[in-house]
Design a protein around this ligand. Structure first.
Ligand code: LIP
Length: 268
């Protein structure tokens, strides 16, 4: 088997174990451990516990690999592989009991930076539904054992799109201005609160496209590979002095250029 396929199998196994722990902790009741970048940016004890499980499993299986996790940060490895982990993507949903959250596991090769790495394996597991989205580079994108593809066409009513908003209230005016620029091409908008699942839904044809400014690398590392392996288009636009928050855009190829242009133009 190829390295990518082996890494995909490991990502699936770890995501499912981690998801079972997250689901169990949710049933027991969730404790907020701290706030991070803003009052709305919370971390639960389960986030930390799940990331610890993922780190331990990876250290046992592939001790030379690097790690980049939402809760414990970056650790360089001696191999060319880095694991990019969001232990519970959709943390606010998770804390409120909304079942739209996922464990996102990606293996990337090269520099552990979104504009430089090559994602080679991905698993996004939604514990509340049991849905497992996974992919390996060149191996296609899957929902369980069913191959998935982005929508080849977008209907006359327009595109069903998803987006998200930053935790910092100061970013909301720019986010809403971006929504206003995108809406003319859209039939409706979804804001479900977990980027990895938004990207998985684009890959599965449940959404025609997704855009969001301000995501962290672990929010989109796995979902981006799902989209491209499902025949979709994905762009990561790094932040700069004018627009410090990076932009992520993913969609069916038939609307990508128009969606990227609308999402990029204007203020942050
Ligand atoms: C979340 C993303 C979501 C975004 C939120 C937050 P977290 O990640 O999945 O798309 O809108 O602001 O970044 O914090 O739940 O891992």
């Amino acid at each position: 088997m190829s390295l990518a396929h082996d890494l995909e199998a490991l990502a699936i196994d770890i995501a499912q174990d981690a998801g079972a722990l997250a689901r169990s902790r949710r049933a027991e009741g969730v404790d907020i451990a701290a706030t991070k970048s803003a009052l709305a940016d919370i971390v639960t004890l389960a986030d930390r516990e799940v990331e610890a499980l993922v780190r331990a499993r990876l250290a046992e299986a592939r001790p030379d690999d690097g790690f980049l996790g939402e809760e414990t940060g970056a650790e360089r490895g001696s191999s060319d592989v880095t694991w990019v982990i969001d232990p519970i993507d959709g943390t606010v949903n998770y804390a409120y009991g909304i079942p739209q959250y996922a464990v996102s596991v990606a293996a990337v090769i090269g520099e552990p930076a979104p504009e430089l790495w090559e994602a080679v394996a991905a698993a996004v597991y939604a514990p509340a539904t049991g849905e497992l989205f996974h992919a390996s580079r060149g191996g296609g994108a899957w929902l369980g054992d069913r191959r998935i593809e982005v929508n080849a066409e977008v209907g006359p009513a327009g595109a069903l799109l998803a987006t998200g908003f930053g935790y910092d209230p100061a970013t909301h005016a720019g986010d809403l201005a971006r929504v206003a620029r995108v809406m003319p091409m859209s039939r409706d908008l979804r804001r479900a609160g977990a980027a990895s699942l938004d990207l998985a839904y684009v890959a599965a044809g449940r959404l025609d496209g997704y855009f969001e400014r301000g995501l962290a690398p672990w929010d989109h590392a796995a979902g981006a590979l799902l989209v491209t392996e499902a025949g979709g288009s994905f762009e990561f636009v790094a932040g700069d002095d004018a627009q410090p928050r990076p932009l992520v855009v993913a969609s069916s190829p038939v609307i990508f250029d128009r969606l990227l242009t609308a999402a990029l133009d204007g203020e942050d």
